[in-house]
Design a binder for this molecule. Structure first.
Ligand code: ASP
Length: 342
């Protein structure tokens, strides 16, 4: 079969135009993008487009979009060599993380990209990003990247390792704890050792659509009141908390704070320890201030990003019921999201 790529358009700055009345940027239709990037037609393979029924600024993202994206990918899986997803940058790291967990046995590239300036603007980064994402998805004369990834600026990142770090720069994403899968220059230089291998099973990919969104992120800060922690752990039905701790996973040893942590665990809420630092890893037990959390039964998130931790929790809580299995899964490296047994 000749090479073919499916571009899935969800919205984001890349396809936005200024509303003539208010001047604010609003999502626009895909034809705009294809007109602004005529170079797409120069690829000698087939490129098809799919626009989701509602195109959005990704700040309006809800997990339903992840379900829709998985459906589109799996329904078209046999017809295409790779997939490019055009998505707003604000929540791209969440979407790429979520899809990495939802899709199992992925054997083809799923490349998220977008831009900081709309494709219609003269200095846009959208054109380059789109063209490079297509090239990577097609895997022309290159290793297949059987992963959900993010192409932005001059680097390709594993999706569940990337974070948006700049609101303006064309290098908007960074992956602090894992090397780029490829660096883009005059050629695409793949870092073969960093790319996940093809699935060992010959079975087709599957998607786990069930996500449990009864989760929260709690960032620790000096002065965090036990009443605030109480308010969060009292949310009816809450099942999981991503706890953003200091440094290597440290939190106050104040009695009123630890009491609330114990209360949460006693109510069956799963707590996942993630560092607030951009790089480095949680090492529970290194200091007294994390030993308390370890002893209480909080799960080590190692060097996972907050975005990946939240999506992993939604996936694991949606897929498993036994507390032991949930803990085991959160502690494991499922899709290359943590540096454990890499
Ligand atoms: N607000 C936009 C979005 O995330 C920003 C972007 O695409 O860069 O949809």
């Amino acid at each position: 079969m000749d090479k073919s790529i499916l571009i899935i358009y969800t919205g984001g700055t890349i396809g936005m135009i200024n509303d003539p009345e208010t001047g604010v940027l609003c999502p626009f239709n895909f034809e705009q993008i294809s007109l602004e990037v005529p170079e797409i037609r120069e690829f000698d393979f087939k490129i098809d487009y799919y626009t989701l029924p509602e195109i959005i600024d990704s700040s309006n993202l809800s997990p339903n979009l992840w379900v829709d994206l998985c459906h589109v990918i799996l329904e078209n899986y046999d017809k295409y060599h790779g997939f490019v997803i055009l998505h707003g940058t604000d929540t791209m790291a969440y979407s790429a993380s979520a899809l990495s967990f939802m899709l199992d046995r992925l054997g083809k590239p799923v490349v998220f990209t977008g831009s900081q300036l709309p494709v219609g603007k003269i200095r846009t980064d959208g054109r380059e990003n789109l063209i490079t994402a297509i090239e990577i998805a097609a895997g022309e004369n290159a290793p297949v990247v059987p992963e959900v990834c993010i192409l932005f600026g001059d680097r390709l990142f594993r999706g569940n390792r990337a974070t948006k770090i700049n609101a303006e720069s064309f290098d908007a994403f960074q992956s602090f704890n894992y090397p780029p899968l490829a660096e883009i220059g005059t050629r695409v230089h793949y870092n073969r050792e960093a790319i996940r291998p093809l699935p060992s099973s010959s079975l087709p990919p599957v998607a786990f659509y069930n996500l449990d969104t009864r989760v929260a992120i709690l960032k620790i800060f000096p002065g965090l009141g036990a009443n605030v922690v109480e308010a969060i752990i009292s949310v009816p039905g809450l099942r999981g908390i991503v706890l953003e701790t200091y440094g290597t996973g440290n939190a106050p040893t104040r009695e009123d704070f630890l009491e609330k942590i114990h209360d949460a665990l006693a109510r069956g809420i799963i707590i996942y320890n993630v560092t607030q630092c951009a790089g480095g890893s949680v090492e529970m037990g290194k200091y007294q201030t994390s030993r308390e959390l370890l002893n209480a039964g909080i799960i080590n998130g190692y060097d996972i990003t907050t975005e990946a931790a939240l999506c992993k929790m939604m996936h694991v809580l949606g897929r498993y019921t036994s507390a032991g299995e949930i803990r085991k899964q959160l502690n494991s490296n499922l899709r290359g999201e943590i540096s454990l047994n890499e």
